[in-house]
Design a protein around this ligand. Sequence first.
Ligand SMILES: Nc1ncnc2c1ncn2[C@@H]1O[C@H](COP(=O)(O)OP(=O)(O)O)[C@@H](O)[C@H]1O
Ligand SMILES: [Mg+2]
Length: 252
Amino acid sequence: MSEKRLLASSDIYDVYERDGFAVREYNDASYKEKCLYAALTHARVETTLVNSFIKTPTLREVSVVDGRWSITMDFIKGKTMQQLMDENPGNMDKYLNQFIDIQTEIHAQYMPLLSKLKDKMTRQIKSLGQIDEIKKYELLTRLDSMPKHIKLCHGNFAPKNIIINDEGTYVINWGSARQGNASADVARTYLLLCLNNPEIAEPYLDKYCIKSGTSKQYVQAWLPIVAAAQLIKGKPEEKDLLMRWIDVVDYS
Ligand SMILES: Nc1ncnc2c1ncn2[C@@H]1O[C@H](COP(=O)(O)OP(=O)(O)O)[C@@H](O)[C@H]1O
Ligand SMILES: [Mg+2]
């Protein structure tokens, strides 16, 4: 067995490469449930994507060593769309089109066994300590009034979760995938871009709305909800933007 090569780290897991596999290793025994749920979700998405041009790394193993749970999948060689965007800013328009086409293809899939995005958002908003009960009620009422759809939503769709190589387009990091309203997923992507790639956030939303024939207000109606859901992560550098979005009632 060769050496581990660390690819990424977060509060709850590390991702490393070893012997042609990508391994997500949770750093505490208490993450058993998260690990198993992420693995099941990934497996369900794998099943869903069999007939799509979008590929996902095959999940190979769930294991536990010294109390640390991990998920092993094929390591996909190639560059992430984030890397491609950073290296070739002149091609941004082409990448944005591709990015939106991939997301639209995901939304065209159907996986009835996945749990509902709306239930997750409801739980997240209810558990928020940072906003008062009146605000929570307002957000939950808004969420409840949104059209209920059952489209496959990635939940973290961003350029760093796409890997492109000669074999095709791979989408990774499916742990947050749910079935729900595509506009909620688009609002979530817009939020992630505002936080991490602000220069492409507006062009993304404009282009998505034109390509899909969706009204911008319809996506914007989700912004207070996705902002509240993101507040759960408790990242101090995000707080100002999220609180501002939560308070905006009408974007028109
Ligand atoms: N199967 C894989 N093949 C190749 N690289 C991967 C794979 N899984 C993850 N990575 C790399 O590790 C990074 C982090 O993994 P990811 O599952 O996206 O977790 P997170 O974004 O939550 O940290 C990715 O952005 C990618 O660069
Ligand atoms: Mg990722």
